[in-house]
Design a protein around this ligand. Sequence first.
Ligand SMILES: [Fe+2]
Length: 368
Amino acid sequence: MGIVAVGHDRDWLEVRFEDGTTQRYLGTWLRDNITTGRHRDAGQRTFDINSLPEMTIAGASLHADTVTVTFAPEGLDATFDAAWFCLHRSTSGTGRGVTPRPTLWGDEQQGSLEFADHPTLVCDPARLHDWLTGIRDLGFGLLENLPATPGSILEAVDLFGYVRETNYGRIFEVRDEPEPANLAFTRLEIGMHTDNPYRDPVPGLQILHCLVNESDGGDSRLADGFAVAERIRSDHPEAFQLLTTHPVWFRYLDGGSADLQAYKPLIQLDSRGQVTCVRYNSRSAQAFDMPADVMAGYYRAYRILGDLLHDPGARIEFRLEAGQLMAFDNQRVLHGRTAYTAGARHLQGCYVDKDSLHSRIRVLEAAR
Ligand SMILES: [Fe+2]
């Protein structure tokens, strides 16, 4: 859209567009964003704000669709074109750089479960994009036709990201062991939980790849923690307030080799009040240390959260067969499994940072 007029005072540039609307741009913001202030190749800003003097707008003129702004006391002229002004018409929170709002779900999602075909995703960018945006928006994705061989989980990770290695190794094993260090390494039912709330940051994505499943149970369960959090926000506002403001101490202690700790709320919000992380893991939560006048209310809120996360209406349930894999947002989606009493069951797992998922989606979209 073209520009029909510009005006200014000491601090503000006013631009009138051909649709009759006007937008004001702060002079300091304009100076901070001059096009010549970025490296020609790297595109990165070449100065810091503290290197700039306090400035005013000394002049502004319009030539065709290009505005030249003169900054004092530098005497610097900088040009901005109409497309750039249009791109930044709203500087009050456009959400650029923010991922789309999640699609919340409950057990109705059971009817839409679909495993993507790994060989197809390897060679079809459009199908890969669909699978990755599903993980971004729903918080989980299912994949099949991977080799059921140790380490082939990395072929799925290669689709979009990089393993986040931890003290559990690059890849960890999930199977019953004679002397288990974790309930996951038994045949017991595992309640809904998020992994590793004692890490900071919490692992973003978890991938679990089934190598063997000859068990008589061991079905996988997922629940949308964001959907549960929003339900608590609307139905139990006092509980929501407590769960979002009082941190809980999580700890993993391993025989002198690891003492991982984090002190974070079970439901974490960003500066806009959006839920960004749900932590729930009764195995690693330490004794709560809220003030006495908060403790009773907090336990009521904690019970509400636990009840809703384990409500069958909040979850999906499916069986992973050999060669199948699930990827889920460990900061949002809770996982668990049913018990099994007989038969071999062996999964391999790893963690992947979430930013590489979002990056890969953007790169695929830019290449269209
Ligand atoms: Fe887990």
